[in-house]
Design a protein around this ligand. Sequence first.
Ligand code: NOJ
Length: 769
Amino acid sequence: MKYLTPWLCLATIVLCGDHDDISSQFGAARELRTWDEAYALAKTFVAKLNTAEKISLSSGSGISFGPCSGNTQDIDRLGFREMCFQDGPVGVRGTDKVSVFPAGITTGSTWDKELMYLRSRAMGVENRLKGVNVALAPVAGGLGRAPAAGRNWEAFGSDPYLTGVANAESVKGLQDEGVIACAKHFVGNEQERYRLVIENIPNLDREILASLSSQIDERTLRELYEWPFVDAVEAGAGSVMCSYQRVNNEYSCESTTLIRDHLKSNASGGLNFKGFVMTDWFASAIPSLAARAGVDIIMPGDIGATGIVAALLPASDGASTNGTRLDEMVTRLVASWYKMRQETDWPDVSFSTWSSDEFGVFLDRGYIGQINFHAQAAQPVHATLIRRIAAEGTTLLKNTGSLPLSSTALSIGVFGNDAGPIPESSCGTFGACSAGTLAVGWGSGTGTFEYLIDPLQAITAKAADIGAVVESVLDDYAYTEIREKAAGKDVCFAFVNSRSGEGTNSVEENYGDRNNLTAWRDGDTLVKTVAASCSNTVVVIHSVGPILVEEWVENPNVTAVLLAHLPGQESGNSLVDVLWGDVNPSGKLPYTMGKTEDDYCCKVQYDWTGFQPEQEFSEGLFIDYKWFDKNNIEPRFEFGYGLSYTNFTYDANSLTITEPFDEVDSTDFMAPLFNISVSITNSGPVAGKEVAQLYLKYPSSTSSPVRQLRGFEKLSLQPGETKTAVFVVTKRDVSYWDSGEWKVARGAGYGVEVSASSRDVRAQGVVTF
Ligand code: NOJ
């Protein structure tokens, strides 16, 4: 009888499973124009512009001169209002009455396409209601080459396929509300250190003259770092942001190879991107080079001056369509605007990201007056969605039976600063601090909290409901008090975290990137101290990425470990949902957790030798699990791993691989080529969700990774229920880049694995072309 409540709840949650309760609360998607329609209108519009007006649209209006992270200028004569470009990937930053959504890494951990879409759809609503034209999201680079790199959490995980799917769903979500999505950072932006010459790293004994160069071979660019951008472009992304650092010794934002040939070209291998390319903020020191390479708008601009440089280009220089480069730049920007139909019923920008004062100045339009209007953007259903995503992304790493908590667990200890509230100040505008619970990382990708339900608050509320008593110690170092309070408890929660963010800020001398992969504030000692006194210790981790758990993960008193990633504003509530079994955990790791930092392919480059910083991506395609597989390294928890409160049985005999629908040669790159399916049964006691994963093992002649993710499906299953996971495989999914083109290996078989994680293979087959 004592398990009745959790199990009933589980059944309820899973029955509403496919998120219809949430999706039904969004209206119809905005009807977007096709690119052809949008271009036709844009060309007519651009034909009416004089040169000065075109110049004004070729760059932003200057940092902090307008209301948003970036702005263009008004063209009053034609009734064209300044466009607002606003951060960021967890919601509208730098204003009030908005939500802070779970980070990309949490969303990737759900492996749930619908949640990926709905998260961005809700962000689209909030951006639109605030008058934002271009949301500076989603993020697919950094992909997570180096686990300590500062901004990996903004993206969805260390695999290009998983990130690509999430990227496409995110673009659709934003744009279905009419907000232009910006796929960033293109490309190779895999650490914070040395990304930008003007960024100040203390104690540097040498002067940096050029940003770090990521040295990446072409195959790796195409198959790994550019892969998720293909999905964003296919989904119709209106804009792409080129990245700060250099690639192969050229600035990304000044690279004709990257922007014109890879991104914009429709020749073989080109992504045929139709929207506009913006620089990252101050990423181009020489805007004329950026414009020639294919950048369409220089951000944040310097009161138009950078645009003037672009305009001085000879008429034919770098133009990839008929007409001048300047015309093309402006046409692409305006086409994206028309594609989203922003010329009708688009709200005015109603906030200033630079000041929370009621009244102020916008220099770019000579405006003095009210600058913050407090438009209500956050909606009740967004809070429900945030809680759902955070709970479904939560990854159960270890469970010897203590979870879900039984109704007899009535004395509860909560330990660690990560369980508690964040300081009033929200850790500054960019969330850069190490105090309180970790709900998102820091930097331009952070969020602005209206509220944040911390774990202690939510656990205390739950305890009050069930008649339990909570004692807590939030001081990570108060070991004596922790020992005393942990003793004799029915259950103890030990909270630890690991933080990182953008290189704009440093926290405890972590300059964006983490200095190591261990828990902050000596979290390992905290866990060991709690576990020494409490035989039922549940560890909760909030982390920006992989974290080392070796010091305590096998301790028998550590009965469960939950990785709650970066949950956003509903942190505590989503955690309680999982702890007490209202939600059966179904998150799976979007990266590998190694036993030491040395197990990984790559580290952040903290220093450099030679003339200017350069980083050889000599591991090629072999990052994260591909590196562990290649080198036979035993991870602590592998990519794709995550436990449930129930069990799933895969019927290996049910594996079905259809014949290719068409001749491989005649099939479009992105079109479905064949299907793979397998039956899965919930063979445990409660309802739950399983993420079935498809890995392909390319023939050895292709020198590819041992296995590569090429599909995933999340199934919602009642106890005893069986469903079929169907993976739709495209030609792209079996292609590799060789000698300047995509190829499919002929004659030799591709191994097929349907798995519960990258190392838990449940059904195998072969497909040959
Ligand atoms: C720099 C960051 O790299 C980028 O992601 C962000 O959108 C811009 N700054 C604007 O804040």
